[in-house]
Ligand binder design. Structure first.
Ligand SMILES: Cc1ncc(C[n+]2csc(CCOP(=O)(O)OP(=O)(O)O)c2C)c(N)n1
Ligand code: SF4
Ligand SMILES: [Mg+2]
Length: 256
């Protein structure tokens, strides 16, 4: 067989467009099939579309997403586990003219710092918190978190989460939605194209709420973690839909 060298190699030929937003400076190092880079992408796209990149400060917690601080072209700081809403509060009060967001996981927000997000919400702090909920401490090997759904297998609940032994999952968005002083709360997902678009709209509304001085906003985003869920990479979205989305319905819980 002769090789037609006038054609680009297959890998280049399939590259129909540059899909990487220019606020992402390099390759991420997360697992194939991870939902967190998708969430990062839509978050950064919203900042660009609202034209607030130059006046935004992010506060990032600790989890697999923590490595994004190296590749995102936005001013960010990383704080102690779970403390991002408190750090964001301080930044916003000192610099009320900037948009301030947190980027945390379920382990960071719901286990290590649940009080931080609840108090920030109850104070009506004019900040936006984003929680990436995969139901595991992904970064440390896939242990159970407060949001692990019943029956879900994790490194520390290998037979599946059992309420008698492990208690019930904590629905963070619902807790926050029950507090006065809250401007916008929503739960989205990134398991298919439609949910990615919906989650992006939610992030945009959360930032719009903050820019309008509308008080605390939270977007919980369900993200695939095939590694921590013990499922093949390609089955991550289906697993997420069948398990997590059944426990955590998607939609807006509080709107301005
Ligand atoms: C005080 C403290 N608690 C726990 C840890 C370990 N730790 C670091 S990252 C992490 C996982 C965080 O999980 P999550 O926020 O859900 O992020 P994911 O990795 O799932 O994206 C844990 C438990 C630590 N380093 N220090
Ligand atoms: S362990 Fe899970 S959350 Fe962490 S990078 Fe891998 S798939 Fe993503
Ligand atoms: Mg997690």
């Amino acid at each position: 067989m002769t090789i037609d060298t006038s054609q680009p190699p297959l890998r280049d030929a399939r590259q129909v467009a540059d899909f990487r937003p220019n606020l992402i400076l390099g390759e991420h190092s997360l697992c194939p099939g991870c939902g967190e880079p998708v969430a990062l992408r839509i978050l950064l796209e919203v900042l660009q579309e609202l034209d607030i990149v130059q006046r935004t400060i992010g506060v990032v917690g600790h989890g697999c997403y923590g490595s994004f601080v190296r590749i995102m072209d936005v001013d960010v700081l990383q704080c102690l586990h779970g403390r991002a809403p408190a750090c964001a509060t301080g930044i916003k009060r000192v610099r009320p003219g900037v948009a301030v967001f947190t980027l945390q996981g379920d382990g960071d927000m719901a286990n290590e710092g649940l009080q931080e997000v609840l108090h920030a919400a109850a104070r009506g702090e004019n900040i936006t918190c984003v929680m990436l909920n995969n139901g595991v401490f992904g970064d440390t090997g896939g242990q159970q978190t407060a949001t692990t759904v019943l029956g879900q297998r994790t490194k520390t609940s290998v037979e599946g989460r059992d309420p008698a032994a492990h208690g019930y999952p904590i629905p963070v968005a619902d807790l926050v939605a029950g507090l006065r002083g809250v401007g916008y709360v929503a739960r989205g997902a990134v398991s298919n194209a439609a949910s990615v678009l919906q989650a992006k709209r939610m992030i945009r509304r959360a930032f719009e709420t903050q820019l309008a001085g509308g008080g605390f906003s939270l977007v919980e985003i369900l993200t695939m973690c095939p590694t921590g869920w013990f499922v093949p990479t390609a089955e991550g979205p289906t697993y997420q839909h069948d398990t997590m989305e059944a426990t955590y319905p998607l939609g807006e819980l509080v709107t301005p």
